[in-house]
Structures are given as structure tokens and as C-alpha cells.
Write a protein that binds this ligand. Structure first.
Ligand code: CAA
Length: 261
């Protein structure tokens, strides 16, 4: 598919999606979010893609939030609520995708950009990145799940600090509070993201999908229900040819060749 605001490239079984509006710090216009949704559908359905990396074009920003020109033009309460619900649904699509999505945060991840990063599975940040939810400075609040995912990642006090003050924090601070999972020198960001993506892509895709699903479902439910869910997914993994291949390969002291069956 042809995208105006995204670059989508394929590197073996890893797909890289780059937000490509660097003049406006890759701000999420309506069209950009719609393209992201289409790209996730396309890559999700492509059996050759086993892991996805999201990143931003240019050196300054991953994504500096929703497009403020469009936010200024929202005509009504209902349209505002509809816009937020629409964006949330697309972020849920990423979170619930059967394939892992790694975000390589190469600069500002603000507002909708930070919310998008939080919906991804693993967050790797350049040491030059800055993260925050500055919507309060615009007379707004986060609308793409930020009030909810941030509290789950960093706890209530820190979430309230960031959302109520609009403060931006550097990558190292984001790492310390659990908002990002790894910080690397900016020049090494994409290599690190690719290395991790390739490693995950080399595993059995069904087991990867079951594990991701267990962690997501379990994080939102009580331990007993979550463990029952894990048992059901473990059972599904036991039913795969990849389980036979993986265990046999170990015993035969050779690398496994997972087929996703
Ligand atoms: N929307 C539209 N345009 C944006 C933008 C955004 N979110 N962020 C930056 N831009 C534009 C600027 O207007 C500017 O355009 P011009 O060159 O035409 O003037 C260009 O990108 C470069 O930006 P700056 O000149 O501001 O760059 P800077 O280095 O001085 O500052 C910044 C960088 C601190 C990130 C600053 O651009 C900024 O504060 N941006 C807005 C961040 C923000 O508030 N994001 C939240 C949006 S609301 C949201 O996301 C709601 C939601 O939850 C869904």
C-alpha cells in the first residue's frame, strides 16, 4: 500500500514503520493515524512479518503528539469524544496485535506520541529522547489512553505529576520510573531495536503471540483468572508443530526451525 505520512520497509521478517512528517515533528494528523491503522492491518495480515518497529523520521522527534492544528478545529464535545475513541481503538489494535511491536523513540514522544509508545510492547529510547503528556498546556487532557496506560506503567503519583504539570522528562528519567524499558545512545537506537526485533522474529510466532496475550490479559485481571488464562494458552502452545520442533531441536542440539504451525 502507498502511504503519504509513513514509510514502511521490510527487512526479512521485521517491518519498520517510520512516521514521516519531520517538519511538524511527526505530529499525528488524522490521516497519519488512519495510515497507521491501515499499516498495522497490512503488517498484521502478512505472514512474512513477525515483528514490527515503530520510529520517527528526523533526529528531533518520534511523534510530538496529535496535530494541534486539527485539535484546535474540533467543533464539538461529541466530535472530541469520537476522535479520542477512534485513536484509542487504533492503539488497542497495536496492543492486541498477535505480533510484537517495538517502539524506537528517537526524540520527542509527547502527548499522542507518548500514548502510542505506551501501547507498544517494548519501548527503547535514544538517550536524547524526551517524553511527556503536555496536553494540559493546551487546555486538554490525554485522549489516546494516556491517563490509563501511564498510571499502569509508573503508578498514580508519577502519572498525576506528569499529566497535571505537563512536564517533559529525559529518557533516563523515563527509564528510572518504568516508562521506557531501555535507553541507548542515539546513534545505536535502530541497531538495538533491529537486534531485538530479529531475535523475537526468530522465535515461534504462535508462542510469541500466546505469551504477549497472556501478559496483556493478565495485567488487567486477578492472578487466578490470569493463571487460568495462561494455562489455556500453554495448552495451545503444546498443540503446535513448533512445540515439537523446538523441544526436538533442543534435544538434538541444533537450532529450531519454527514454522508458525
Ligand atoms: N502538532 C502540530 N504541529 C506541531 C506539533 C504538533 N503536536 N508539534 C510541533 N509542531 C510543529 C510546530 O508548530 C513547528 O511548526 P512551524 O515550523 O511551522 O512553526 C514545527 O513542528 C517544529 O516545532 P517547534 O518549532 O515548536 O520546535 P521546538 O524544537 O521549538 O519545540 C516541542 C519542540 C517542545 C516538541 C514543541 O514543538 C511542542 O511543544 N510541540 C507540541 C507538543 C504537544 O503539546 N503535544 C501534545 C499534543 S495534544 C495530544 O497529543 C492529544 C492526545 O492525547 C491525542
Amino acid at each position: 500500500m502507498n502511504y503519504q505520512n509513513l514509510l514502511v520497509t521490510h527487512e526479512d521478517s521485521v517491518a519498520v514503520v517510520t512516521f514521516n512528517r519531520p517538519k511538524v515533528l511527526n505530529a499525528l494528523s488524522h490521516d497519519t493515524v488512519a495510515e497507521l491503522s491501515a499499516a498495522i492491518d497490512e503488517l498484521g495480515a502478512d505472514p512474512n512479518v513477525r515483528c514490527i518497529i515503530l520510529t520517527g523520521a528526523g533526529e528531533k522527534a518520534f511523534v510530538a503528539g496529535a496535530d494541534i492544528n486539527e485539535l484546535r478545529a474540533i467543533p464539538s464535545v461529541a466530535q472530541g469524544a469520537g476522535f479520542a475513541a477512534w485513536g484509542q481503538a487504533i492503539l488497542f489494535k497495536i496492543e492486541n496485535l498477535s505480533k510484537p511491536v517495538i517502539v524506537a523513540i528517537n526524540g520527542y514522544a509527547l502527548g499522542g506520541g507518548c500514548e502510542l509508545a505506551m501501547a507498544c510492547d517494548i519501548r527503547i529510547a535514544a538517550d536524547t529522547a524526551r517524553l511527556g503528556q503536555p496536553e494540559i498546556n493546551l487546555g486538554l487532557i490525554p485522549g489516546f489512553g494516556g491517563t490509563q496506560r501511564l498510571v499502569r506503567l509508573v503508578g498514580k503519583g508519577l502519572a498525576k505529576w506528569l499529566i497535571l504539570s505537563g512536564d517533559m522528562i529525559p529518557a533516563q528519567e523515563a527509564h528510572r520510573i518504568g516508562l521506557v524499558d531501555m535507553v541507548v545512545p542515539a546513534a545505536e537506537l535502530m541497531d538495538k531495536a533491529r537486534e531485538l526485533a530479529r531475535k523475537i522474529a526468530s522465535k515461534g510466532p504462535l508462542a510469541v503471540a500466546y505469551a504477549k496475550s497472556c501478559i496483556n490479559v493478565g495485567a488487567e485481571t486477578d492472578l487466578n483468572t490470569a493463571c487460568a488464562y495462561e494455562a489455556s494458552q500453554f495448552g495451545l502452545a503444546c498443540g503446535t508443530e513448533d512445540r515439537v520442533e523446538g523441544t526436538t531441536a533442543f534435544l538434538e542440539k541444533r537450532p529450531a526451525r519454527f514454522q508458525g504451525k
